[in-house]
Structure formats: structure tokens, C-alpha cells
Write a protein that binds this ligand. Structure first.
Ligand code: MLT
Ligand code: MN
Ligand code: ZN
Length: 304
């Protein structure tokens, strides 16, 4: 099974269009050792020209352009994106759906009940898309063990409910529901190997621990280095945890959570532009290197 990282940044991307934090201006000016990144998305494939797009980022057209295998050109109108799976209804994970409206067949879309509700109420993208390519809604049922995507034979997707956050526009932003956010344990049934993907992960609960134990590759929330990063940068009053993200450093942080899995490939993804790990020569980036924890980048290819 192959995973390609299309976008490794959190919402806003890197650099963010209106941001002059040291990271964003540094990468814009080329004065720091860092590479630009687009917003959160991966593709999963089994060796055929068909791929599952996991999250549809606002940068999806740029991402498709820089990923030639997503245009297999079998027909006059074609795409390697066979289906889209959503982890939540956050703007950085769903607004790319609008860019896929020229499809010549209805778009198979996999999401939980909560996400479909947000996408038909607070942000009614599905109703809008129905005027173009139409959407075939496949409900991710959290009581069912796993699901498969028709075009991706041999790959199994197991939803893992997560504590994170519904989007700010959601009618239940402050009233969390099971299914607002999920992670995915993605398994290649022929090899038995699997990856756990959770770009928005606020808390390591029992079901998360279980998925991490089971997976061979961990691709998890790398949004913030410290819980108060947005506050100390003077950019927001919100803590990482208020936004549904577990910071990397400190007691109970993501690095500590990953320390039980040193024998596995561990990759941080969905990195916010304020995060010091984006600077390849920062002490934080070097600390991760020493621990054997990787930082995802756009175009990263992962063989599971
Ligand atoms: C988040 O995961 O908190 C986001 O990146 C929010 C956003 O899209 O603005
Ligand atoms: Mn996000
Ligand atoms: Zn910035």
C-alpha cells in the first residue's frame, strides 16, 4: 500500500497568506532553512491508478498538479481520485471538494453522520456540489468495524473516533459529538500492514492507543510544538488543546505518546506555520531527528 502526502501543513498552509510570523516571513524570503507546505491531505493507493483522497484541502488543485499519478488519462475526462474520505468537517479538510465539481461521475464521499450534518448545515457544500457532479454519500458508521472503497480493493479503513473539535462554524462546536473527528487505521489486507492517520488528535484515549499499537506506521497530529504556541506568537488567545490538537513537547505531549513506539515509523503531519519544527536546523527539529521522529513534507511517499 502506498501513501503520498499531498499537503503536510495545518489550516493556512506554510507560509500562510497573511502571516508575518518568523517562520512565514522566513520561508517567503528564503532566509530560513524550511520548505513551503500546502494544507492537510494524503492519498492512499494499492498499486492501481485509483487513489482515495483523504481530506480535500483548499490547495487540492495545486496538489493534483504536482502529483502526475493523479491524472492517469484513461479517458477524455479522468482523475486518479476515485473517492474522498473526510476525517472531520474543518475548512482545511473539506473546501477542496468544490474544486472537484467538474467530475464526470458522482463523487463517492465517505464521512461520519456528524460531518455530513455539518456539510449540509453550517457549510452546505454537499447541497452545492449536487448542482454540479452530485455526491454519493457513504456513511462511516462508528459501530461498524471497518469499510472498504469499491475502487480500492484490498484496503480496509477502520474509523477511530477521536477527541478533537468540530469546526468553528459547526452548530455543535461547543457540544462535542462522537464522529466530529476520526482517525483511520488503514490496512493492506494482503500484507497485513497498516498505517494510523490522525491529523487532528487532541487526546490519546484508549481507542487511539489501540490503533497506535496495531499500526506499523504512525502519521499523527504535528500541529503545535507547545500548547501555548499561538498565544506566545501573539496570533491568538487559543491554546492547542482548545483547537483540538495535542502539542508535541512537554509532559503528556505527542512526543511522550510516541515514545512507546520507537520500533515504528513515526511521522508528524498537519504542521502549523508557527511550529519551530518547520525550521530544519531548529533545536526542536534536531530533537525530533535524534528521537527518530519524522516531519512530513509535501510529496513524501510512504510505503506501508
Ligand atoms: C485545525 O485543524 O484546527 C485547522 O487547521 C483549522 C483550520 O482549518 O483553520
Ligand atoms: Mn486542520
Ligand atoms: Zn505564520
Amino acid at each position: 500500500m502506498q501513501i503520498h502526502v499531498l499537503g503536510s501543513a495545518a489550516g493556512g498552509g506554510f507560509p500562510q497568506w497573511n502571516c508575518n510570523c518568523p517562520n512565514c516571513s522566513g520561508v517567503r524570503l528564503g532566509s530560513i532553512q524550511a520548505q513551503p507546505r500546502t494544507q492537510s491531505s494524503i492519498i492512499v493507493g494499492n498499486g492501481t491508478p485509483d487513489w482515495a483522497l483523504i481530506n480535500a484541502s483548499p490547495d487540492v488543485l495545486t496538489q493534483i498538479k504536482s502529483t502526475p499519478l493523479l491524472q492517469p488519462a484513461r479517458h477524455i475526462r479522468d482523475s486518479g481520485i476515485a473517492a474522498v474520505v473526510l476525517m472531520d468537517a474543518q475548512v482545511d479538510h473539506v473546501t477542496g471538494l468544490m474544486m472537484l465539481r467538474e467530475r464526470s461521475s458522482p463523487l463517492p464521499l465517505y464521512a461520519t453522520k456528524q460531518v455530513f450534518e455539518d456539510l449540509t448545515s453550517g457549510l452546505p457544500l454537499i447541497k452545492t456540489l449536487d448542482h454540479y457532479c452530485k455526491v454519493v454519500q457513504h456513511l462511516i458508521d462508528l459501530n461498524q468495524d471497518s469499510f472498504q472503497i469499491e475502487a480500492l480493493q484490498g484496503i480496509e479503513f477502520k474509523p477511530v473516533p477521536l477527541s478533537s473539535k468540530a469546526p468553528p462554524y459547526s452548530p455543535h462546536r461547543y457540544d462535542p459529538h462522537l464522529g466530529d473527528n476520526i482517525g483511520l487505521l488503514i490496512t493492506d489486507k494482503s500484507s497485513g500492514r497498516s498505517a494510523f492517520y490522525a491529523p487532528g488528535l487532541g487526546m490519546i484515549e484508549q481507542q487511539v492507543e489501540q490503533a497506535m499499537q496495531q499500526a506499523d506506521v504512525l502519521l499523527v497530529d504535528g500541529t503545535f510544538w507547545t500548547d501555548d504556541e499561538m498565544i506566545t506568537s501573539g496570533l491568538s488567545k487559543k491554546r492547542a488543546i482548545d483547537m483540538g490538537h495535542l502539542a508535541q513537547s512537554g509532559a503528556g505531549g505527542m512526543i511522550e505518546a510516541l515514545s512507546a513506539y520507537t520500533h515504528k515509523r513515526r511521522i508528524l503531519i498537519h504542521i502549523n506555520n508557527t511550529n519551530p519544527i518547520l525550521r530544519e536546523d531548529s533545536p526542536q527539529a534536531l530533537e525530533l531527528k535524534n528521537l527518530g521522529i519524522e516531519v512530513a513534507f509535501d510529496g513524501m511517499q510512504i510505503e506501508v
